[in-house]
Ligand binder design. Structure first.
Ligand SMILES: *Cc1c(COP(=O)(O)O)cnc(C)c1O
Length: 446
């Protein structure tokens, strides 16, 4: 076990032990996600050390594997959940209601039904609402528990427009309406506990000023709200702590982000809450994939691998850079002398966007080589799909020298099952507020 805060701020793909990874591909097949739980703990401890007075809620959507959630719960993290399904996972991982925040973004009726049911057994859970309609819909179901309001501060930060959520009207109540909305909610009997904003992913050193401005606005708003409703338990400034995806990028200076945060917030009689997702898991995971075809194209060599955008969507969706390493060339004698050539690593999906890199200098690939794609622990498996009728990959976890299968590979039968089992009427899947059935046999099983 590593000491608090003593672990390196980033674990590069080059630092993974090829001799440890290669047998995993042999045993479990590829594509395969590998997640190192000790690195997850280290990342969490560094955050805790930098923000000693803050509550840390791990954003489950970054990687919802049960082993990750129980590891983080045991390490002391709370869990921020984006759906009823994630709340189910959080409870299954052993987290008590008091450590669970459910952030409702335009929540489907079934989610709210399930959450309000769960609240009966876990009265300390917190619901973060992002619109007055959501508050009304909670009230309709008899919920008057812990309520946090997600506000839209009107500032975005992030590495790509698709994740600049603060600027996106979809998320949160405009900050200038927050006091009125929360005074009204308190009058209606809700237990108003906090305000929340998440301005997007990718807070980096370059965006220090934007971060400061955002946090300062949250501090001001928290003081206004606390004055109006008679106190506030926490101010949640969301996640978005960036990780260096490129080999030459410097890691985030957590201490200075934490200092800037404390400074900008000002005097506050409330706990600061942060919701890191990516930062906790990104560099704890790699994706292993096998080269199946190699061909010389005009300006690049194309290495065709068995992982694709259905396995790891980020390059296709966000133009994201992920480091790639040839583990075969790294460990074989023959490989160490391989020349480096511009290579495009492409998946098996019928989409031109299905490439992990374009003309990147890598050791010349050969059929059967094992490649590792780095920083795949966050938003990797979670965004995997079955497009092209492609089963989702398997996952294994490493834990202090132990290797454990964590999730089996899907089969084509898994992909086909819902269609084989289709009922004549699909109405049970389409519940609305107006037409809530009493059936319990649905996807929200408890
Ligand atoms: C996605 C999300 C996070 C985590 O974002 P990261 O970039 O992974 O740190 C935190 N809070 C909310 C509400 C989110 O939606």
């Amino acid at each position: 076990m590593t000491d608090v805060g003593e672990s390196p701020p980033v674990r590069r793909l080059s630092e993974w032990d090829a001799a440890e990874l290669r047998p995993l591909a042999g045993e479990y097949g590829t594509p395969l996600y590998v997640l190192d739980l000790e690195r997850v703990r280290q990342n969490y401890r560094r955050l805790e050390a930098a923000f000693p007075d803050a509550d840390v809620l791990y954003a489950v959507k970054a990687n919802a594997l049960g082993d990750v959630l129980s590891t983080l719960h045991e390490a002391g993290a709370g869990l921020e959940c984006a759906s009823a399904g994630e709340v189910q996972r959080a409870l299954a991982a052993g987290a008590p209601g008091s450590e669970i925040h459910y952030t409702a973004v335009n929540p489907p009726a079934g989610d709210l039904d399930w959450i309000v049911d769960a609240w009966a057994d876990h009265p300390d859970l917190t619901v973060t609402a992002g619109s007055t309609d959501t508050i009304d819909r909670l009230a309709d179901r008899g919920y008057d528990g812990r309520l946090c309001l997600r506000v839209n501060p009107g500032i975005g930060a992030g590495h790509h427009e698709k994740v600049e959520t603060g600027a996106a009207a979809k998320f949160g109540v405009p900050a200038e309406r927050a006091v009125d909305v929360l005074v009204d909610a308190a009058d209606r009997g809700f237990d108003v506990v906090g305000i929340h904003a998440h301005v997007g992913s990718g807070v980096s050193s370059k965006q220090r000023d934007a971060h400061r401005e955002f946090v300062a606005r949250m501090g001001d708003l928290a003081r206004d709200v606390a004055g109006a409703v008679g106190g506030l338990k926490f101010v949640d400034i969301g996640g978005g702590f960036g990780v260096p995806y490129r080999e030459d990028e410097t890691p985030l200076d957590l201490e200075s982000v934490a200092d800037a945060t404390r400074d900008a917030l000002g005097e506050l009689d409330a706990t600061v809450t942060i919701e890191p997702g990516r930062y906790v898991v990104a560099d704890a995971g790699v994706l292993l994939t096998t080269v199946n075809t190699v061909k010389d194209a005009r300006e690049t060599t194309v290495a065709g691998v068995d992982a694709g955008l259905t396995t790891l969507l980020r390059p296709a969706m966000y133009d994201a850079y992920h480091p790639i390493r040839n583990l075969t060339a790294d460990v074989s004698e023959r490989g160490s002398s391989r020349e480096r050539t511009p290579q495009t690593v492409a998946g098996p999906i019928c989409e031109s966007g299905d490439v992990f890199c374009t003309a990147r200098e890598l050791p010349r690939s050969e059929r059967g080589d094992l490649l590792a794609i780095g920083n795949a622990g966050a938003y990797g498996y979670e965004m995997a799909t079955q497009y092209n009728t492609r089963p989702r990959p398997a996952s294994v976890v490493l834990d202090d020298g132990d290797v454990r299968p964590a999730r089996r590979r899907e089969t084509i039968a898994d992909v086909l099952r819902p269609e084989r089992e289709a009922l004549p009427s699909a109405s049970a899947d389409r519940k609305t507020d107006h037409d809530r059935a009493t059936d319990t046999d649905n996807e929200y099983d408890r």
